[in-house]
Design a protein around this ligand. Sequence first.
Ligand code: ATP
Ligand code: MG
Length: 262
Amino acid sequence: MRSIVFASGKGGVGKSTVTLNLGLTLAAAGKRVVVVDADLEMANIGILLGIDATPISLHNVLSGENEMQDAVYAGPNNMRYVPASLSPEKMERLDLDKLPSAIKKLDDSSDFVLIDCPPGLGPSAVAAIKSAKEIVIVSTPEPSALADALKVRALAERHGVKIVGVVLNMVLGDRSEIKKEDFETVMEVPIIGLLPEDVEVRRSAALQVPVIIRAPGTAFSRAMRLLASRLSGEKLAIQETKVKKGLFSSIMEFFGRIFGRK
Ligand SMILES: Nc1ncnc2c1ncn2[C@@H]1O[C@H](COP(=O)(O)OP(=O)(O)OP(=O)(O)O)[C@@H](O)[C@H]1O
Ligand SMILES: [Mg+2]
């Protein structure tokens, strides 16, 4: 089993998008994948999937109420995932030291455990990074993201987490952007994926259907399949997803169920 955390330091560079769509891609190639939403304060994986019927979350595991196995749910493509709680009331006493052993519980049943890290380098981000054996640093090709990526690299090195590489996201190919080679030189870490800025990514987030499912032919999805092959070290045979009717609910229903006042 490979446990890989996706971290960036800087917020909003695409960690959750990359983690989820990569998980779905590896799962579509027959890999046993669990995506763990370790962004305990701003859970996103359930929202990106449009699935909220997940009463037990990573919060319940870290507060000692439930076992990790109770918090694993089935998503599209036979991918499984562990949501974080969407409820604003659920931020009470969480024992972050429980995270590594909780992740280890997924060992036997998976080929890949992909962990979506929160931004910053606060306690929950550090816990997420320490709980993985490997790290992929997600960044955009701009100076502030690179500066934060360097801090993440230093933290990963300090904790002995193997740095697999950098994924550059939201790449426009514009001359103002830091070039791939320059980014690699500064980071001293290989770039393992270049994901373009693609309007289908934001549309898919808005519609709560992952882009790799909603728009498999778009530039981002094609680059994601290359990243999945690179990361797994194999040429993957990726099956197309058949979307079941009713799997993705409407946005108003979704927010009404979760945040509606009773
Ligand atoms: N390649 C892309 N092209 C266009 N939009 C993108 C791309 N990648 C991500 N986005 C959009 O950028 C926004 C931030 O993405 P995402 O939530 O995945 O980032 P994050 O790093 O997980 O953020 P946070 O630090 O808040 O957890 C979302 O609206 C997402 O749809
Ligand atoms: Mg996120």
